[in-house]
Ligand binder design. Structure first.
Ligand code: PLP
Length: 386
């Protein structure tokens, strides 16, 4: 499907709302029925239509169609957050006694889901090195029901071979799921590689303005319906119509925003790679990335996120560098218009910081829509002070 069609037309029935170009926000909790029969039919299969906005809603439906199409998927569910779009499908797929194989170092709340929440329900998880495809195969037991990937992750950017892992899983009837937030469907199409479910934090590039928290999962209709009918409806973490509308608005500029972010980030990376105070720039397309061929095979580009390591990575230097920045903001998240920085040491107490632990040394930078020279100047003055 043509991306311009998806973003500008798909799902939009303008004749049904006064030929307005922008769709309405159908800000309603419930929908009326004319007959008991209609009401009964709707209740019997809520996946078919509008009954109550904890389930479906016409504004959200437009977004479902567009986000499913962007992923090349049959259907999508939209959630109140990215982590809900991960946790709720995972809960829907698993039963007591099941096992999960998860890639090492996924998003922090994904780790907590597998390590803290699922064991309460008798589900266990093994974490494997994602760069070793055989490790996934070797970790499979008769109880394995789900292989969970995040390629690349959003701090150290390791990638997994999506096609090979999907094949291994399919041969054993194991469901595969990926967090595709880093690439978005514009830069990586996991479903085309045989992955069953593609989740994203829509808070990031899809929303793109740091004003909405939302999530999406896409996949085959049967799987999406299964997630919808029990866990989605029961846990009740669907997106609000107002936020769905903001996401629709954001989608109009999604490709142009991501393109500009990518160009900006590449210029900043080029500057940092030759800087004498920078030891390393980590991102999937770095020339020193051991997984470069795989990254280039399955990803179109890299977007705005990467990490750096300072040449003298003492805690005081990392902190001083971040504290000295004037325009690049210190905050969580990414994918918006504004450039951000987060040193990994914020998640470690000062006493536990270990200069010999490479993960403690990472400083993640997100490049937004500002002009790259403006950002480079900011980085330059902050680096000059350490
Ligand atoms: C890679 C990744 N996945 C998932 C999430 C969770 O998304 P949300 O914050 O929208 O719940 C985040 C949030 O930072 C993320 O970075």
């Amino acid at each position: 499907m043509d991306i311009s069609y998806i973003l500008n037309e798909l799902g939009e029935e303008r004749e049904n709302y006064f030929n307005a170009i922008a769709p309405p926000i159908i800000q309603t909790s419930n929908f009326k029925f004319n007959t008991v029969d209609d009401f009964r039919n709707a209740l019997a299969d809520e996946y078919q239509g509008n009954l109550y906005s904890r389930g479906f809603n016409p504004t959200i439906d437009i977004l479902r169609k567009k986000l499913a199409a962007l992923d090349g998927a049959e259907d999508a569910l939209i959630f109140a957050s990215g982590i809900a779009a991960i946790a709720i499908p995972v809960l829907a797929l698993l039963q007591q006694g099941d096992e999960v194989i998860c890639v090492e170092n996924p998003y922090s709340w994904t780790i907590k889901l597998f390590n803290d929440l699922l064991p309460k329900f008798g589900v266990t998880t093994v974490f494997v090195d994602g760069s070793d495809t055989n490790a996934f195969e070797q970790a499979i037991t008769p109880r394995t029901k789900l292989i969970y990937l995040e390629s690349p992750n959003t701090f150290s950017f390791e990638v997994q071979d999506l096609e090979a892992i999907a094949k291994i899983a399919q041969a054993k009837n194991i469901i595969t799921m990926i967090d595709n937030s880093y690439c978005s469907p514009l830069y990586q199409q996991p479903i085309a590689y045989g992955i069953d479910l593609a989740a994203q934090s829509a808070t990031k590039y899809l929303a793109g303005h740091s004003d909405v928290v939302a999530g999406v999962v896409t996949g085959k209709k049967a799987l999406i319906k299964k997630i919808f009918e029990k866990e989605y409806m029961n846990i009740g973490a669907s997106v609000a119509p107002q936020n769905a509308w903001l996401l629709l608005r954001s989608l109009r500029t999604f490709p142009i925003r991501l393109e500009k972010i990518t160009t900006n980030a590449n210029k900043v990376i080029e500057y940092l790679e030759q800087h004498p105070k920078i030891e390393r720039v980590l991102h999937p397309f770095s020339s020193d990335n051991k997984q470069l061929d795989l990254a280039k095979k399955q990803m179109k580009a890299c977007g705005g996120l990467f990490s750096i390591i300072l040449k003298t990575p003492e805690l005081e230097k990392i902190e001083a560098f971040c504290n000295n920045l004037k325009h690049i903001l210190m905050a969580v998240s990414w994918g918006g218009y504004e450039s951000l920085i987060i040193p990994a040491c914020v998640g470690v107490s000062k006493a536990d910081f270990d200069v010999n632990n490479p993960r403690h040394l990472l400083i993640r930078i997100y490049i937004g829509l500002e002009e790259p020279d403006y950002l480079i100047k900011d980085l330059e003055q902050a680096l000059s002070l350490i």
